[in-house]
Design a binder for this molecule. Structure first.
Ligand code: UD1
Ligand code: CA
Length: 416
């Protein structure tokens, strides 16, 4: 995208979270708030991103690998936070997207809408707004008789007749960089909070007859700002629904959405049925026509092929499962590669961790693992092999192709 940069304001501590961890590191469906925002910005096509950090800035480093970081030394408000990024934008004449670091649900599509409205109208500023049934806590959008935006007033500074306004400031804006920094130097400290409000720039622009545009989201949940643990839970609930809807639209049945949690980015093939109380975490791919759950936990880095079953009380992590394979009850598989047409008996456990390292298990095509088997990794069960019920296969004791092993420790009963 031409001449477009973004600033994300993430210096605040998030006092109302009552946490030692910076607010933007709190997770929603397995991903920190800041990463949700950065992903949306990147998906909208913006690659030049500056994140303003302050409280606990060192803790954020790992999440801020591909962005520039500006440190706000004293937390003097959102206006001051934008000023902290100024040094990194010397000579920059393009447009700039500014986002609060605590609004994780803003979609990339919405960011694109703001940018195209901003560019199409040649505005100085374009503001994302939303209409809330209960706007308490948010900045209100004040409009003139013609619908033009006059200013944004913060809750604490709003008289009663402004508090009734239900259109709120989401905290996502697009500015002409030159206009933003010119007006930013003119804002005064707010009397009550002793902070520099970014939102005060809007009033100055409007007074100077600079064009101010807005985009109103039709999904108010997109505007949720996370200030408290309750907000965090609301954001998670909303994102959860969004993800489930996207998956159902692709032809997946979710028997009980209220007890199903699927993290963003999970792929599920058509005609797969997800049964109640299932959780599927990040980086998981499930094929077509599978049955998952009830009461299944699929942790990160798992793939499941087509026509396979993963049933109740099964936990999978860093595991690849082939097609037409059944893992129906009470099983743990970690760091395991399972082939096609495999049957994993109830209660099978893979011991992938030896106290120091995570080791791999391979179960080849058409193998049959009896109930209650223990496979101590690293170990390989050959193609078509049978592991008897209750058998313990020690590490390195690979079971040859077609063989049957039984007992504790496993010994070969039959070779093919
Ligand atoms: C802000 C907006 C409000 C809007 C709401 C939307 C202002 C003055 N108000 O209010 O109009 O409706 O977001 O959620 O901007 N930050 C810094 N440095 C600071 C202060 C804040 O980086 O010194 C960052 C915070 O980390 C946060 C963001 O700016 O990500 C917003 O700050 P916050 O204190 O949450 O503002 P709100 O009161 O929610
Ligand atoms: Ca906030």
């Amino acid at each position: 995208m031409k001449e477009m940069k973004a600033i994300v304001l993430a210096a605040g501590r998030g006092t109302r979270m009552r946490s030692d961890v910076p607010k933007v590191l709190h997770e929603i469906l397995g991903k920190p708030i800041i990463s949700h925002i950065l992903d949306s910005i990147r998906e909208a096509g913006i690659t030049d991103i500056i994140v303003v950090t302050g409280y606990g800035s060192g803790l954020l480093d790992e999440k801020l690998k591909d962005v520039e970081v500006a440190v706000q030394k004293k937390l003097l408000g959102s206006g001051d936070a934008v000023s902290a990024a100024k040094g990194l934008l010397k000579g920059y004449k393009g447009d700039i997207l500014v986002m609060c670091g605590d609004t994780p649900l803003v979609r990339s599509r919405t960011i694109k809408d703001i940018i195209s409205k901003h560019r199409g109208s040649k505005a100085s500023a374009t503001i994302l707004t939303a209409v809330f049934k209960d706007p308490t806590g948010y900045g209100r959008i004040l409009r003139g008789a013609e619908g033009n935006i006059l200013k944004i007033v913060e809750e604490a500074d709003a008289p009663l007749y402004e508090k009734v306004i239900d259109e709120i400031n989401v905290g996502t804006y697009c500015f002409k960089a030159a206009d933003l920094f010119e007006r930013l130097s003119e804002i005064a400290r707010n009397n009550r909070k002793k902070e520099y409000y970014l939102t005060d720039v809007i009033e100055i622009l409007s007074r100077n007859r600079n064009r101010i545009e807005s985009v109103k989201t039709d999904d108010p949940d997109e505007a949720i700002g996370v200030n408290t643990r309750m907000d965090l839970a609301r954001a998670a609930e909303s994102l959860k629904k969004r993800v489930l809807c996207e998956i159902m639209e692709l032809g997946v049945t979710i028997e009980d959405p209220s007890t199903t949690i699927i993290y963003p980015g999970v792929e599920v093939g058509a005609d797969t049925v997800i049964r109640p109380n299932t959780i599927i975490e990040s980086d998981v791919r499930i094929g077509r026509n599978c049955s998952i759950g009830p009461f299944t936990r699929i942790r990160p880095h798992v793939t499941v092929g087509d026509n396979s079953e993963v049933g109740n009380f099964v936990e999978l992590v860093r595991t690849e499962v082939g097609d037409d394979t059944k893992i129906k009850h009470h099983t743990y598989l970690g760091d395991t590669k399972v082939g096609n047409r495999v049957n994993i008996g109830a209660g099978t456990i893979v011991a992938n961790f030896d106290g120091k390292n995570k080791n791999k298990t391979v179960i080849e095509d058409s193998a049959f693992i009896g109930i209650g088997a223990r496979l101590i990794a690293p170990v390989k069960i050959g193609k078509g092999a049978t592991v008897g019920a209750g058998c313990v296969v020690p590490k390195g004791h690979n079971v040859p192709k077609g063989a049957t092993v039984v007992g504790v420790p496993a010994r070969i009963l039959r070779k093919k």
